[in-house]
Design a protein around this ligand. Structure first.
Ligand code: IPM
Ligand code: MN
Length: 332
């Protein structure tokens, strides 16, 4: 049966890179039924639409969503800061319980690791509030929510990923020396789950130290598991050390498949280069590969990954890169 895929090009360079990814998808020959959704900041500025309830309900029946980028569409054009990011991206993560954010980084033998970021809890859960707002005695709190269930399912997923790599190595990254409650729960859960995976070698690094390791000795890492905010920050750095954010792909996964998973390049809308054929479509195409992997289209995913890995196909205009990768996939 054809996979039902929702496509959101979104804003800025989003539609340009998604067009290339769709061309590669076509080249794989995988059977899909695509539905296009006109959403993003441009749409909000047009008619106030962010993510209608009917659309959300429709999406529950899809197999996956491929998303370009949502946010500032072009220089001088902007929705209220964070509105569409929260209203589409974060909303989907929570509504579809996409509790894993998987971000692989592969550049050389030294830079070859993936980060499993918890995607529905921590500081992103939105716990907190204001007291006496706007007065000199104002208080703002921002809590971090860490549930045993949420932490454990994320850590289990990470151990499973580590089992599938050659090195079978998993590091927990946190800040348990200071975040003594959340860090304690994460480490205890990690240690307990580790008992079920005797073949995986484990380690722990503080988040600040992990930043240094990323730059100075990235070969230290195979699979990393970390909390939502640490993962957000660490994966931007991951992009930077793995050739630039133009190569950074991500999957927002619901591994239990009770809702669709969502696949997107990490780079955002890049309004300064819209329409100039300067956007690198590789991140979007690698995200497509993650989608194919999730859909069980292993052969197509591998063909896409192999075509993306060759540096010869990393330079040129947006469509030159897309064409070269699609041609390679067709030949595979
Ligand atoms: C990301 C982004 C989002 C996040 C923003 C746009 C809400 O930075 O996917 O990493 O913070 O998770
Ligand atoms: Mn981010």
């Amino acid at each position: 049966m054809a996979h039902r895929i929702g496509v959101v090009g979104g804003d800025g360079i989003g539609p340009e890179v998604v067009a290339e990814a769709l061309m590669v998808l076509d080249a794989t020959g995988v059977e899909v039924e695509l539905t296009d959704y006109d959403l993003g900041a441009h749409r909000y500025l047009e008619d106030g639409t962010v993510l209608p309830e009917e659309t959300l309900e429709e999406w529950r029946g899809l197999d996956a969503i491929l998303l370009g980028a949502v946010g500032d569409p072009a220089p001088g054009q902007a929705a209220p800061p964070g509105l569409v990011e929260r209203g589409i991206l974060l909303k989907m993560r929570f509504e579809m319980d996409q509790y894993i954010n998987l971000r692989p980084f592969r550049l050389t033998d030294r830079v070859d690791f993936e980060v499993i970021r918890e995607n529905t809890e921590g500081t992103y859960a939105g716990e907190g509030g204001f007291l006496r707002k706007g007065t000199p005695h104002e208080i703002a709190t921002q809590g971090s929510v860490n549930t045993r269930m949420g932490v454990e399912r994320c850590i289990r997923f990470a151990f499973e990923r580590a089992m599938a790599t050659e090195r079978r190595q998993l590091h927990l990254v946190h800040k348990k020396n200071v975040l003594t409650f959340a860090g304690d729960l994460w480490q205890r859960t990690f240690d307990e789950v580790a008992v079920d995976y005797p073949d995986v070698s484990t380690g722990y690094d503080h988040i600040d130290a992990a930043c240094i390791h990323f730059v100075e000795r990235p070969e230290r890492y195979d699979v990393i598991v970390t909390d939502n905010l640490f993962g957000d920050i660490l994966t931007d750095l991951g992009g930077a050390v793995a050739g630039g954010v133009g190569f950074a792909a991500s999957a927002n996964l619901n591994p239990d498949r009770v809702g669709p998973s969502m696949f997107e390049p990490v780079h955002g809308t890049a309004p300064d280069i819209v329409g100039e054929q300067k956007a690198n479509p590789v991140a979007a195409i690698v995200s497509l590969g993650l989608m194919l992997e999730h859909l069980g289209e292993t052969e197509a995913a591998e063909a896409g990954a192999a075509a993306c890995a060759d540096p010869e196909r990393h330079t040129g205009t947006t469509s030159e890169i897309g064409d070269a990768i699609a041609a390679e996939v067709t030949n595979a």
